[in-house]
Design a protein around this ligand. Structure first.
Ligand code: AHR
Length: 511
């Protein structure tokens, strides 16, 4: 055998939080306008929400969506997006060089989220916004009534509080591209004051403070340390972000999971360092609230240097290849393998802008290649993440030595289901792989799918929406819980097993 995976029932990473399969909608390009919201579209409901988009969001079983940004957040006044639509101001969105009509705001997002069956993770502006603005938004959303802000929500058609639990305190505040960007101490102090006021408004909320915008920043990871030292006792999570793109070396690109692993582990180590330093008993969790493949270099090479100011322009509409979907699957493995410390993860983003779902204005919706690995982990990654005890040939990559086959596994004991996710990053060679589940007693492979194909650069499109999609594979029989499977070159594989708990011997009264 070329590779092997042994799973032991009691060798676990930890329970997978539902919120690991969250996503993100920003006022960016066509994410909201002609994405979620397109009054007059044949599939729009009475609120102007596209039901075809909602159907695909439901298919992904997304539990939580971060909103309204992103870079947009740092120049956004939430008050512009409430109340009668005809009275809402049209503004310049300076983050994305667009015209923001404010026809969709927090109330519409909450209405949309209920229809889509998702929870809301809201953001407060730490660029041009103040701690008072942040607390007022919490009051508007979560206070039952009898105050100016909460009564305004009631008058705006929402008698019940929105009950938003998760709050992001700003976005990527160490980035110079961020409106009102700050140094770490200034942000740490401001975030602390904002959280105090927000929690004094609603003590039940949970908050996420900004880590550095990413490991490419000169401020990383020192920024994270300083921010945490200011906020450790009050915050619940540290936000981290990471995007990858194929810059030409496809083997390196397929191995990005190695870098994602290290990035999460370094962020967790920073949290634990501060935990020790401030003598806390609390484990700070990570909110990986932006992750994806994003061809940022295309954006930097001029997409932003256009253009007249436009409403809902086509921005960041990356088209994802099969190769992108495989690298993306690797990142998802890394999230599952760190489910003990990653409390939230948000695929950035959900619709149209760097998204698994594309909605044509006035036209149909279709699934990008990345839709499929995300759907796989979201549907079948619920339960307890098992620690993969794995062997596979190693190779050198830009991220250090990496196994050619990467795994994650999740056991849903109550349902008697165990799922193995396996990524073969070798573009040339299939891998014969031994999977040992003997620790689970009797088991049977029930279903197996693979996402692969002869053209790693194939993409889905409105004309060919199914060019890249997973296919069912014949299941293998196990021998006492041991299975032999072949993972095709460059393939994402999902293997589902039914685990049958060992029959207990009948109860005996004998001593
Ligand atoms: O998701 C696109 C952008 O990436 C977000 O607005 C920002 O937070 C990040 O830089």
């Amino acid at each position: 055998m070329d590779a092997s995976l042994t799973l032991l029932k009691d060798c676990v990473v930890g329970p997978v939080p539902d919120t690991l399969f969250g996503s993100f909608v920003e006022h960016l390009g066509r994410a909201v306008y002609t994405g979620l919201y397109e009054p007059g579209h044949p599939k729009a409901d009475a609120d102007g929400f596209r039901s075809d988009v909602i159907d695909l969001v439901r298919e992904l079983r997304v539990p939580l969506v971060r909103y309204p940004g992103g870079n947009f957040l740092s120049g956004y006044d939430w008050r512009d997006g409430i109340g009668p639509r005809e009275g809402r101001p049209v503004r310049l969105d300076r983050a994305w060089h667009s015209v923001e009509t404010n026809q969709f705001g927090i109330d519409e997002f909450v209405d949309w989220s209920r229809k889509a069956g998702v929870g809301v993770m809201a953001g407060v502006n730490m660029g041009t916004g103040t701690p008072q603005d942040a607390a007022d938004l919490v009051e508007y959303c979560n206070h039952p009534g009898g105050t100016a802000w909460s009564d305004l929500r009631v008058r705006n058609g929402h008698p019940e509080p929105h009950g938003i639990h998760w709050w992001c305190v700003g976005n990527e505040m160490d980035g110079d591209w961020q409106i009102g960007h700050l140094d770490a101490v200034s942000y740490g102090r401001k975030a602390r004051e904002a959280i105090k006021l927000m929690r004094w408004t609603d003590a039940s909320i949970a908050t996420v403070v900004c880590g550095s915008a990413g490991p490419g920043m000169p401020t990383w990871p020192e920024w994270d340390r300083i921010v945490l030292e200011h906020t450790y006792d009050l915050a619940d999570c540290l936000s981290i972000h990471r995007y990858y793109e194929n810059t030409g070396n496809e083997d390196d690109f397929l191995a990005v999971f190695r870098d994602t692993d290290r990035f999460i582990e370094t962020s967790v180590a920073t949290c634990d360092y501060v935990k020790a330093k401030v003598r806390s008993k609390k484990a700070m969790m990570v909110s990986f609230d932006e992750w994806n493949v994003w061809y940022q270099s295309r954006w930097n090479q001029g997409e932003q240097e256009r253009k007249p100011w436009e409403k809902a322009p086509r921005l960041l509409e990356d088209r994802y290849t099969l190769l992108d979907a495989l690298a993306f699957g690797g990142m998802a493995l890394s999230l599952l393998n760190h489910a003990d410390r990653v409390r939230i993860a948000c695929l950035a983003q959900l619709v149209n802008a760097i998204a698994p779902i594309v909605a044509e204005p006035g036209g149909p919706v279709w699934r990008q290649s990345t839709f499929y690995p995300f759907r796989d982990v979201s549907l079948f990654g619920r339960g307890v993440a098992l620690r993969p005890l794995a062997r596979a040939p190693m190779r050198e990559t830009a991220w250090g030595d990496a196994p050619t086959v990467a795994f994650a596994a999740v056991h849903d004991e109550a349902a008697g289901l165990l799922t193995v996710f396996a990524l073969n990053t070798d573009r040339a060679q299939a891998r014969r792989t031994r999977i040992d589940l003997s620790s689970f007693g009797a088991s049977a492979m029930e279903r197996r799918t693979e996402l692969t194909g002869p053209d790693l650069h194939a993409v889905n499109s409105v004309r060919r929406p199914d060019a890249v999609r997973p296919a069912a594979v014949r299941v293998s029989r196990g021998d006492r819980g041991v299975y032999a499977v072949t993972l095709k070159p460059a393939s994402w594989n999902v293997l589902r097993f039914r685990t049958i708990p060992a029959i207990q011997p009948p109860h005996s009264n004998l001593p």
